[in-house]
Ligand binder design. Sequence first.
Ligand SMILES: [Ca+2]
Ligand SMILES: [Ca+2]
Length: 227
Amino acid sequence: MLPRTQGVKMSNFNFLVCSFIFLQMWSFLLVAAEDDSSSEVKIEVMFKPMECSKKSKRGDLMNVHYDGYLAKDGTQFYCSRSDKAGHPQWFVLGVGQVIKGLDQGMNDMCPGEKRKITVPPSLGFGKEGKDPVVPPNATLVFEVELYSVSKGPRNMEAFREIDLDQDKSLTKEEVKRYLKLDYERSGTPKDDAFYDKIMEDIFKKNDLDVNGLITSKEYNVYQHDEL
Ligand SMILES: [Ca+2]
Ligand SMILES: [Ca+2]
């Protein structure tokens, strides 16, 4: 009877010690999360598919779902699954269409891969933050899932392939046809609404003079800083 009671006391004590250590660690982690001195993204691979046909690189067109959280308290400030009717987001990797932390953190990634990316303020929204959702100097945590990677707008080989009539400008029909082919080739054809949504994103980001055509110049706008 007695030893058993002692045993219980001991485990209570152990529990207290563990809780204390846990609290210490937690406050340390919180301090680390608040620390602005880190200037690098931290990448944790949460899931990696068995097969990886191609890895993302600068200039690639990325189709991705991502959720954004504030590191200090876990508040969700962005969710692409609920935003814009839940369509995955499209952007060109490494050219400033998303915050620097994501440009860096989503490099060398396989389609189907999931990552947790911790972004310091200097590679996120910086001193200003992003009103009203991201406060100043906020470390951000993104959970990203990459759906597909295709040749991005900086790839001139792809441009010539998309530009069916070879007039050095891309109509929506030409881009749509190419996207369809690309999805069909990868065995995941989609419906028209899906392609139309992508077209809207692509033209919003690349048709700089908004005339409904992407010229080789607009398409090639980032070519000078190609790695
Ligand atoms: Ca054309
Ligand atoms: Ca244009």
